[in-house]
Design a protein around this ligand. Structure first.
Ligand code: SF4
Length: 101
């Protein structure tokens, strides 16, 4: 059975604080994160387009087991990054930003 993909709820996270902690947490990680071993799944294409839905879901499933999901999602949101960050898509992050005061 496929595990449901539930990204962190960006509407309840402290985006600036978590975002600022992400680079040091990533640098201190004792094991490689899936996005560092399979970066093509997480990035956008060379033309700046996002991958197909199946690739996005594959990246999101890998994020489910990552201990850095929340700060990573906050970083991707705070810095308006492209691709999958912390299990969130660009669409997820744009929605969260549009809901913020
Ligand atoms: S949560 Fe972030 S750091 Fe972890 S695998 Fe996903 S994209 Fe990489």
């Amino acid at each position: 059975m496929t595990q449901p993909i539930e990204p962190p709820d960006l509407n309840v996270l402290d985006i600036p604080t978590l975002s600022s902690s992400f680079p040091s947490l990533l640098a201190a990680a004792v094991t490689a994160m899936p996005c560092t071993t399979a970066p093509d799944l997480f990035a956008t294409t060379a033309a700046g387009h996002t991958h197909g839905q199946a690739t996005v879901h594959a990246a999101q499933r890998l994020c489910l087991r990552c201990p850095l999901r929340e700060p990573c999602a906050a970083y991707g949101c705070h810095h308006r990054e492209r691709g999958v960050w912390g299990g969130t898509t660009e669409h997820d992050r744009r929605n969260a930003l549009s809901n913020m005061p």
